[in-house]
Design a protein. Structure first.
Length: 287
């Protein structure tokens, strides 16, 4: 069973055990239980970790990300319904006042578990997908140029990101360190981070991510409020899709807040369809 005290870092063996556990759950459930940020947090300072052990083997894991005020929780498929999830959640609740937890794919088991833990559905995150067969680039609006990111653009890029996502719980806090970490990832490609510039400088961007030969991602698409209303979102979207298609991708996915109606509408017009929805469960409000 897990100790109630959280760990502030993991040993390499613990990290490997958590990744193996997450892979086993992904195979069984058809959806990964830990997202990119949680995987990155396994070997960085800042997150809290709880391990559930059975015969000294890691059979469950919970992580809390203070910066995002969200947690993630997974139990090995062969060790479910024996109280490990409850014990991990008790660990979270002991240290965190509002223990909101992501349920990726909002699986039936997660829904039942969340209900039994006294949690209710909160924010939703859609995963959308389309094929890349027909990508016709649009005309770039007057006074706008598109070009790839260079290291000299980091500050301007971060400023536009912060303005575009001022109300977004995670993306609005994306920092120079967060950018540097992505630049160290194998998929980093400055050509895949397309900037839109007007007379005042960078005004928008489409950051694409190539997962493998088949699948690409609209990783982040952002337009500064001063550039709104000129169709820049659609222009940047198409430029990024054309980049992914030129590199051989035939399928593209993206994550978007279910409540972000204008963005969901933009993606639907471009042919994206919702594949599934992640749900952030939060404690039910006290009556
Ligand atoms: C959700 C998850 C963490 C539950 O872990 P677990 O160790 O099986 O949970 P517990 O054994 O503590 O279950 C506690 C209660 O939740 C409910 N529950 C859990 N899984 C359930 C399922 N598949 N069907 C119905 N009820 C379920 C039951 O009421 C259960 O009590 P019971 O077994 O006495 O009936 C696990 O299924 C998992 O890893 N899922 C994939 C990752 C995920 O979705 N995480 C998000 C959680 S919000």
């Amino acid at each position: 069973m897990c100790g109630v005290e959280p760990l502030t870092s993991l040993t390499p063996d613990q990290r490997a055990a958590v990744l193996a556990l997450a892979d086993a759950a992904a195979d069984a459930d058809g959806v990964a239980p830990l997202n990119e940020e949680a995987r990155l947090q396994l070997d960085r300072d800042g997150a809290l970790h709880w391990l559930a052990l059975q015969d000294d083997v890691v059979v469950g894991y919970a992580q809390w990300q203070p910066g995002n005020a969200t947690g993630q929780l997974v139990v090995h498929p062969d060790h479910r319904r024996t109280g490990h999830g409850t014990s991990l959640f008790a660990g979270l609740t002991a240290d965190v006042a509002e223990p909101a937890v992501w349920a990726f794919g909002d699986l039936h088991g997660a829904q039942r578990f969340a209900a039994s833990a006294g949690m209710v559905p909160g924010r939703g995150l859609h995963i959308m997908e389309r094929t890349l067969e027909e990508t016709a680039p649009r005309d770039t609006p007057e006074g706008i140029t598109l070009r790839p990111f260079t290291d000299a653009d980091a500050e301007a890029f971060l400023a536009v990101n912060a303005a575009a996502f001022a109300d977004h719980p995670e993306q609005g806090h994306f920092s120079a360190d967060d950018l540097a970490i992505r630049q160290g990832e194998p998929w980093w490609d400055p050509e895949g981070l397309i900037l839109a510039e007007d007379a005042e400088g960078v005004v928008g961007f489409h950051w694409t991510k190539r997962h493998d030969d088949r699948t690409g991602e609209v990783y982040v698409l952002g337009v500064h409020p001063r550039g709104g209303g000129r169709g820049l979102g659609g222009v940047l979207l198409d430029a990024g899709l054309a980049h992914l298609a030129a590199g051989g991708n035939t399928r593209v996915i993206l994550y978007v807040d279910a409540g972000n109606t204008p963005a969901v509408a933009l993606y639907e017009r471009s042919g994206f369809r919702i594949v599934h929805t992640d749900t952030l469960y939060r404690p039910a409000a006290e009556e």
